[in-house]
Design a protein around this ligand. Sequence first.
Ligand code: HEM
Length: 421
Amino acid sequence: MYNVADSSRSASPTLPAAGFSPSYDPLIPHPEHVKDPYRVYAELRSNAPLYRSPHGVWIASGYEEVSTMLKSPDFGRGYFYFDNMAKRLGEAMVSQPVYASAREMMVMKDGPDHLRLRGLVAHFFSHRNVEALRPFMRSVMEGLIDKALEKSSFDVMTDIAFPLPSAVICRLVGLPEADWPRFRQRSTNGSRALEPAPLSPLELAEQNHAVEEARDYFSWLIELRKREPGDDLATLLVNAEAAGQASREEVIENLRMMFVGGQETTVNTIGNGLLALHRHPDQLQALKSDRALIPDAVTEIVRYDSAVQITPRQARCDMEMCGAAITAGDTILCVVASANRDERAWVQADRFDISRKRNYPLSFGGGPHYCLGAQLGMVETEVALAALLDRMPNLALDIADPRWLPGTVVFRGLQSLPAHA
Ligand code: HEM
């Protein structure tokens, strides 16, 4: 059993030794980094858990540094994205639809506006509501597995990991079932725009188009739910607009937010989890022998190979933190996936161990922006694992040289994971 390590352990230095530079730029999606980001994270943690990159952006990689910043009221999220974008890529880029529209998402706001928007939808993600969705999730998994079993081989990502969260979000938001397939395209879910690497002209055109199509669709959905209310997020936000609690733009963008925040994250948690389990046959065997370990296994999956590697913050005032002089407006990238592997916080942090107790990874962020869908994503992963263990006990995955999504440092997930039952 491995616990969160004793906090009395000695802290490592916060500022880099003179001349330190990591073996490659952690903000540029170098192929080696995409394959294994944990090597450069270890280098950062031992040399400079709070490192000012040549781009002027701070990179926080140590557990203590990351968890302090996520929770501190001296750091916000709001304007990080746009200020930073304008500085790096120019004002014109910020007015592109893919970026401009995102301003109204709760994740981009701070203070009272953030609290108001989050407060409107929070009860939808309560423990009770998430648990009530388990039978629906299981029935979706049964259908997906039935279809996969008809083939001699299949792709776990396309055939299992993606369609489950997609169906859950579609149902939660309140899309008519006939429209669900429209939202099953992995590349157009908006997550690429959250990466620090600039979009190519082609990607920009594709993302702008996808965002405008989604916005048109949600405008239509809002009108539908006015005429035909349901027990869903769209109806809830339509009523909030009618009561003067949210603007039309906020309603559209926070419905869209559910797809940006809730889809790719969960898809990749399922994929990264299956990969970790199959790379550690002793852990997979332990899970097969004792299904009660599933919730702890999911927490360990989330810690060991987080689908979200980085979450940003912006300093609200000048301050000294961990020995570094941070200036108001500075951007800090909190590398939660690195904090999750910090030996100062976890015993044998690089070891994948589904029996860990008191395991509290930072993969869902922290403070007022703590992931609203954390429990939903975990339960979806639990249901996916349980169904696969039941229905495909001999599932074999091609894990020799997995294909990771290219060009990403914020999100981490597999492009494909060939399998046969
Ligand atoms: C297991 C998969 C998931 C992971 C790893 C994940 C991770 C994150 C992270 C890191 C943040 C930013 C937190 C911060 O900066 O402090 C976030 C925010 C958010 N996530 Fe998730 N997420 C997951 C699943 C979901 C799901 C299923 C939904 C909803 C359907 C969702 C909805 C949101 C929302 C709405 C926010 C913004 C909260 C706010 O700003 O107050 N997430 N998530």
